[in-house]
Structures are given as structure tokens and as C-alpha cells.
Design a protein around this ligand. Sequence first.
Ligand SMILES: Nc1ncnc2c1ncn2[C@@H]1O[C@H](COP(=O)(O)OP(=O)(O)OP(=O)(O)O)[C@@H](O)[C@H]1O
Length: 325
Amino acid sequence: MSGTSIVTVRELRTWFELRQWGFLRVGSVRAVDGVSFELFRGEAVAFVGESGCGKSSLARTLLGLHRPSGGSVVFEGQDMASLDGAALKRYRARVGYVQQDPYGALPPFMNVRRLLAEPLIVHGVTDRNERERRIRTALEEVRLAPDEVLHKYPHMLSGGQQQRVVIARALILAPHLIIADEPVSMLDASVRVEILSLLRQIQRERELTLAFITHDLATVRHFAERLFVMYAGRIVEQAAVDELLDCPKHPYTQALLAAIADPEAGNATRQRAIPPGEPPSLVKPPPGCRFHPRCPRAIAGHCDVDEPPMLEPRPDHGAACWLHE
Ligand SMILES: Nc1ncnc2c1ncn2[C@@H]1O[C@H](COP(=O)(O)OP(=O)(O)OP(=O)(O)O)[C@@H](O)[C@H]1O
């Protein structure tokens, strides 16, 4: 993969301290634990993994909502760690956020005009006519008729319309990167593809970088060009989406794909088994490869001892698995 880099993440760690009686430190939840990747201008990527693998913590760290416990995030050449109050505010304007729950993301007492004006006011757009122009443009971009929705409150909109308003709000400051954290998981099945297609279309038109966070491997092929598979706080596999889905190299990705119902007629209801067991504790992850307790191909004395680095079994295809040593 090449192009203009927009974000470079190196050995990123986001740990949450666990405290007993409010003060005694008893350990840490290693939600993101040594993650490295680079995103390029104008591409759509997806981070995929089971619930609890650290996807949202990664997204919130990139958004500047969690402070990294270690490692670095460099956005357009600037290290996030060096950003103070005003610089962090400018950074947040360049990174848009589309949350999972659109209703929860929209303050119920603000109508759509006010909701979309808010970020503009916070970021110093003082001219009322300019604000109105930008609000209308953003609504049209998400295929909402401004005159129909500007005066409405969130509860007067359908779930799909609410998520369009969230997307308009994420776009209104002309960000360079959009992070969409499970953007359709709370929506009716009938509008999911519409919203994902809309995000993808806007991303292409504006040449934005779009990072989807999802647990749904079945739809990513249509909405992302590159894929990162996360397991227990780490990236275990990464490649172009077709390459990764057609030729998975990590036993975890292979298990995830095998668990998706076969779309062939007659096999539609068949579910193949994902390896038994639960994802490991992020407080005390297993030594070696974190997937080894569930891995059908684990090599005793190696996978349970040594942590695998990201190897490259095929060009531009990384898998953190000793099988590819
Ligand atoms: N603010 C926090 N304080 C303490 N622990 C947290 C916090 N946020 C997340 N965690 C823990 O970090 C781990 C990773 O959570 P995260 O929400 O990032 O995973 P996820 O892959 O996005 O899961 P889901 O799809 O269920 O949201 C979980 O064990 C979670 O309980």
C-alpha cells in the first residue's frame, strides 16, 4: 500500500487501570496493547474483531478521547502526545466521529439546525449565513432535505435519518479522517446497506480516509479496501480486503470466516464452529500468542511461549502467527 500517509500508529497501548476501593491499583485492562499501522489519504479501511477485542478503545484513542498509555499516534505529521488544549481542538476538527448509537449521540433538546451549528460555533464560524450555508450543504450531502429536517428534534427522525444527521455533523468541519464505530449495528437491517453505501460514497467524493470499526466480516468486502483483524488488543492480520478474505493466513481469521454462514443455497443456515473457548482476559493475557489457547494449530513450546511478530506470508499481507515463520 502506498500514497500519502495520514495516520501512523506505532506500538500504541491504551490500558485502563483497575482500582479497588477507588485507590488501590490492582491491574490494568490492556484494551489496546502494541498496535501498529498506517492509514493513507483517500482509503477506506475496516478494523474487525469480536466484542471486547479493543476496537472501540482504539477508535477513541485515535479521536483523542483516551490518552495513549504508550506508543505514538502521528496524524498528518504531528504527534498527538504533543497537542495541548487548542491544538487538540484543531485536531478533533480534522477527525470526524460516527458513533454506534445515533440517538444517544444527538442531544435530544437540540433541533437539527442547532445540532449542526454547534461544531461550527465551537470552531469559530461566527457568520450566521455561512453557518446556514454549510449546514444545508452537509444535509444535502447525506441526502436529507434541509427544509424538511432543520426544525426537527432527534425523536422526530427515523433511526436512518438520525444516523445521517450524525454523519452530517461528522462532516461539517471538513475532516480528513472519519472514524465510524459500528455505524449501523443499532439500525434496522433495511437501512444498513444504505448508510454504509452513503459513507463510502462520501468518502470517495471527498477523498477522505474512512476507518470502519465492525464485528461484521460479511459486509466489509463492499465497504473497505483494507482490513485489520484484531484479537485481544492486538492486530493479528492485515491485508487488502479481497486478499485477506480469500486467503486468510491467521487461524483466528480462518475461524471467524468459517463461522459466517455459507451463502450457498442450501447451506444458508449452516454455522461452522468457531474454536471453542472465550477470548482471553485483557487483564492477564496468555503468554506467547494470545490466540494459542483456542488455536487448533498451536505449536506447544513455541506459540504458548513466544509472542509472534507480524510476519508476511504473502506480499503486503501480514499475519502475526508462527505458522508463517
Ligand atoms: N473506560 C474503560 N475503563 C475500563 N475498561 C474499559 C474502558 N473502556 C473499555 N474497557 C475494556 O476494554 C476492553 C476492550 O473494550 P472495547 O470496547 O474497546 O472493545 P470492542 O472490541 O470495541 O468491543 P465492543 O464491540 O463490545 O464495543 C473491554 O474489556 C472493556 O471492558
